[in-house]
Design a binder for this molecule. Structure first.
Ligand SMILES: [Zn+2]
Length: 118
């Protein structure tokens, strides 16, 4: 898999985790099971996200910020030749490559990054 794509997937995962915490999915924290407060957990997530973001090249970083700002997911799967961000068919030439994840693919319709689940 393209190293930038892998980084994007990790970042997205952290963003989802952050959203869950911000939206109040904090029962475990409130029950006192962990030695960590929600604020500490969020700060650690922020740190890691910035850390990963520094690994992105300029144009990927810029697109990621733009897409994540306006839409929930910046990286979406392509299944059955359809972008799962906007549900528009993508050119099949990409998917037929031996490893379509080896390069960065961007949806020409919605602008999200594509990845092809194995
Ligand atoms: Zn799309």
């Amino acid at each position: 898999m393209h190293e930038q794509l892998e980084t994007l997937l990790e970042m997205q995962d952290l963003h989802m985790q952050r959203r869950a915490l911000e939206e109040g999915d904090v029962r475990e924290f409130e029950s006192g099971v962990f030695d960590m407060s929600v604020e500490e957990a969020l700060a650690a997530l922020e740190d890691k996200i910035s850390d990963l973001e520094r690994r992105l090249t300029g144009d990927v970083q810029e697109r990621y910020r733009r897409v994540i700002g306006s839409r929930h997911r910046a990286v979406v799967p392509v299944l059955g030749g359809v972008c799962y961000g906007c549900f528009v068919a993508v050119p099949t030439s990409w998917a037929s490559e031996s490893d379509p994840n080896a390069k960065m693919n961007v949806c020409q319709n919605c602008g999200r990054f594509h990845y092809y689940p194995p």
